[in-house]
Write a protein that binds this ligand. Structure first.
Ligand code: AMP
Length: 280
């Protein structure tokens, strides 16, 4: 696997690959890799792409400095995992390579970014859009792979690609889960063993909510009940549980049409914030 830390030699290398007829597939990550990330790499390989992964803990998307500081960083283990997964190239820049000077460009996605994560993490999606735009310009992929786990992020990047005419095809990869259903996440590494066993409460809440919706209950009647159930444990806190239109993310009270809704949840186990969703 090729490893680059700097933009200039990376661009020169990838331009040669392009000229030689390789199709570039790209999976941006923040590292602390798990099988979920590797499923993006696999999807790119399955599409026949020369597969590029980036690892960059992007400071501009963290609204909480403590979250940024505590974000797990495991570069050596990540490199071993990427090699074993058959990734062709890793781009792992330092912060000064991506942000040599303070960036002032901001992004606003209207109703796509005002809700859910945007409501609780001001500026988060602006930072995501900034770094993804930079990475798309640096890597110039023909295909880019993102996880369903961050559904709102995926819809925003789809809008970004459309609005800024990025010449690439986006792919969304299903959420990989642990055997008990917990969505794989780099942040799971921060959970104690006891917290890890409690973290499943959010996936269970999604399942319970799906069942209640199918039985004809409305979101407004389910939300409070689920909050109370989760928060019976003093270490758990529900931040939101929303049913939304998959495409425009507007909130729904019932599943009106099949294959049109997404059920999204976010909450804390101790000071670790987790998100999850299921498509209905
Ligand atoms: P992150 O490193 O958390 O920024 O995630 C990098 C990419 O991996 C994003 O597109 C995520 O949606 C995706 N991803 C994270 N967790 C999972 C998972 N459990 N299954 C599939 N994709 C995931």
């Amino acid at each position: 696997m090729e490893i680059f830390h700097e933009i200039k030699p990376l661009k020169a290398f990838l331009r040669e690959k392009n000229k030689a007829g390789f199709v570039i597939g790209f999976a941006p990550t923040m590292g602390a890799l798990h099988e979920g990330h590797l499923s993006l790499i696999q999807a790119s390989k399955n599409a026949g792409c020369f597969t590029v992964c980036s690892i960059f803990v992007n400071p501009t998307q963290f609204n909480n400095p403590d979250d940024l500081k505590k974000y797990p960083r495991t570069l050596e283990a990540d490199i071993a995992m990427l090699k074993a997964a058959g990734c062709d190239l890793l781009f792992a820049p330092g912060a000064a390579e991506i942000y040599p000077a303070k960036s002032v460009t901001t992004f606003e996605f209207g109703s796509l970014s005002n809700t859910m994560e945007g409501q609780f993490r001001p500026g988060h999606f602006s930072g995501v859009a900034l770094v993804v735009s930079k990475l798309f310009h640096i890597v110039e992929p023909q295909h880019a792979f993102f996880g369903q786990k961050d559904w709102q992020q995926f819809t925003i990047i789809r809008q970004l690609v459309h609005d800024l005419n990025f010449n690439l095809t986006l792919h969304v990869v299903p959420t990989l889960r642990e055997s008990d259903g917990l969505a794989m996440s780099s942040r799971n590494k921060r959970l104690t063993e006891q917290q890890r066993s409690k973290a499943i409460a959010f996936y269970k809440a999604l399942m319970h909510c799906q069942f209640q919706l199918a039985a004809g209950k409305s979101m407004t009647s389910i939300q409070n009940e689920i909050k109370d159930t989760i928060e019976q444990d003093a270490e758990l806190r529900l931040e939101y549980l929303y049913l939304a239109d998959r495409e425009n993310l507007s909130y729904l009270n019932h599943v009106e049409q099949p294959n049109k809704a997404v059920l999204c949840i976010a909450g804390f186990v101790g000071d670790v914030r987790l998100i999850d969703n299921i498509l209905l």
